[in-house]
Design a protein. Structure first.
Length: 91
């Protein structure tokens, strides 16, 4: 499913115009991105939790050459589905 598919679903199910549906979907994604950039946990009841985690620097290996390399620390986005979503998927 793409962002265009989400906009189309909002357009059909809610009855907004295409322009309004695009604006609503874009606004929701912007709000989510801003919260995650601030390091906040985003909880969507009945769906799941999005959170940003820090991965520490570590040693790695270049698979082509076999040389040891340093993998720098970075932030990653994680998603943990709610029990409600897990139950729906495994019905």
């Amino acid at each position: 499913m793409t962002k265009v598919d989400i906009v189309s679903s909002v357009y059909e199910k809610v009855g907004f115009s295409k322009k309004e549906a695009v604006r609503v979907v874009e606004t929701i994604f912007d709000i989510l991105k801003e919260a995650l950039e601030r390091g906040e946990k985003v909880k969507i009841s009945g769906f799941g939790n999005f959170m940003v985690r820090n991965k520490r620097a570590r040693r790695g290996r270049n698979p082509q050459t076999g040389d040891d390399i340093e993998i720098s620390s970075r932030k990653i986005l994680t998603f943990k589905p709610s029990q409600v979503l897990k139950n729906e998927l495994n019905r």
